[in-house]
Write a protein that binds this ligand. Structure first.
Ligand code: HEM
Length: 396
């Protein structure tokens, strides 16, 4: 037992970052939730928070549970993230978030909705002409690449790397395992690209990446901070949505009766997408650093300790959800934690929702059944998704 093992706190020694645990995390989540609200992970030397109540409470208390120097499970990435919106706290975080995120509010996005719906309809019609297609590559990635880079306003050159870089960013958040080590090198390429965007002033006016250049010109941020801000929106804007959309289609293939409910009433699509994010939460967990001595559910936690905020486990907590392991689009889980909660809650969820709702609506007009087979899951330290999802459809 490590000298750092806290006394009186249940311990879980399984490696949550092994390939097997990443491919099937749910038995681990169940075991962790059964052990208690706070569980010590000796391999990582962090406190896991597997239940809904504590995850939400910690996310709501961003003065105590801070992302700065604590959102990733390894120090190398925490150091690289310094200065970003994601890894900043308090007034600095509010200031940085305010420089760009106003472009992602429902009101700001409203004028863009029609163009995204048109792109989704055209893409779906094209994809459905083939006998079979890859939901990840042909549909989800194509849609996201058709929408997000233009929305950001970044040049065409270099876009082809964005998806791989984004996946690497999520791997970097894990403990310093082989996956994270390899990804740290790849993430360096994304940082070099963000540096070029700033130094060459390449984002076009009107795209949201231009807000970063405006902040630089107005003296609100320096060059290094501008590069971090650019990464704040390059890193989480692609792979997340690809994963959410592919996962939803995989779930509808496995639960055709739920797809029938969507087709019978497409107004259920927002509810259905929320349920897909609850049930198969794409962003499984992130860390937080404890600012001062505190307690969680009566367990004392010392200043400087790290906690693991387990969104995916919280979204299956039997204390919170009736039949948590049932995919049921009629439950409308608006308070799921798949987009986080509180100060760092997902800044881009409005865009992700428009993209995925548009594709699901277009599919609901044409497809009666999805059949999937031969899918390969991505093995990523944070993201739960697919590398490929071969798909056939029956059309109406
Ligand atoms: C299905 C798609 C998505 C999912 C599941 C998702 C999930 C999340 C989660 C769980 C967080 C909170 C992290 C935490 O509290 O530690 C987050 C934060 C964030 N997301 Fe997303 N996200 C998605 C799409 C997007 C998109 C499309 C963008 C950008 C256009 C985006 C930008 C951000 C940013 C900037 C933050 C950090 C906010 C802050 O620290 O204030 N996300 N996302």
């Amino acid at each position: 037992m490590s000298t750092r093992t806290p006394v009186g706190v249940p311990t879980y020694s399984e490696d949550l970052y092994s390939d097997a645990a990443i491919l099937d995390p749910y038995p681990h989540y169940r075991a962790l939730r059964a052990l208690g609200p706070v569980v010590w992970l000796p391999g990582l030397e962090v406190y896991a928070l597997p239940r809904y109540g504590e995850v939400r409470a910690v996310l709501a208390d961003d003065a105590t549970f801070r992302t700065g120097d604590g959102v990733s499970l390894n120090e190398r990435y925490n150091t690289l993230l310094r200065g970003s919106t994601f890894a900043s706290d308090g007034e600095r975080h509010v200031f940085l978030r305010g420089l760009v995120a106003h472009e992602l509010t429902p009101k700001a996005l409203r004028p863009r909705r029609a163009a995204i719906e048109t792109a989704a309809e055209a893409l779906v019609e094209r994809v459905l002409k083939a006998e079979s297609f890859d939901t990840v590559g042909d549909l989800a990635r194509s849609l996201v690449l058709a929408v997000v880079p233009d929305f950001l306003g970044i040049p065409v050159e270099g876009r082809e790397h964005l998806i791989d870089w984004a996946a690497a960013n999520f791997n970097c958040h894990g403990p310093l395992n082989d996956r994270a080590r390899t990804a740290l090198e790849t993430a360096g390429n994304m940082a070099a690209y963000a540096t070029r965007l700033v130094d060459e002033r390449s984002p076009r006016p009107g795209g949201i990446a231009h807000c970063v250049l405006d902040a630089l010109d107005d003296g609100k941020v320096d060059r290094d901070q501008a590069i971090s801000l650019m990464l704040d929106y390059l890193a989480p804007s692609l792979d997340t949505t690809v994963t959410g959309l592919s996962t939803a289609i995989w779930l509808f293939a496995r639960h055709p009766e739920q797809w029938d409910l969507v087709r019978a009433d497409p107004a259920r699509i927002p509810m259905a997408f929320n349920e897909a994010i609850r049930y198969e939460t794409p962003v499984r967990q992130f860390g937080r650093r404890v600012a001062h001595d505190t307690e969680i559910a009566g367990v004392p936690i010392a200043a400087g300790a790290q906690v693991l905020v387990m969104f995916a486990s919280a979204n299956r907590d039997e204390r919170k959800w009736d039949r948590p392991d049932t995919f049921d689009i009629t439950r409308n889980p608006v308070d799921h934690l798949g987009f986080g909660y509180g100060a760092h809650g997902c800044a881009g969820q409005g865009l992700a929702r428009i993209e995925t709702h548009s594709v699901l609506a277009a599919l609901a007009r044409h497809v009666t059944r999805f059949e999937v087979g031969g899918e390969r899951r991505a093995v990523n330290n944070v993201m739960r998704g697919f590398d490929t999802l071969p798909t056939r459809v029956r059309l109406s």
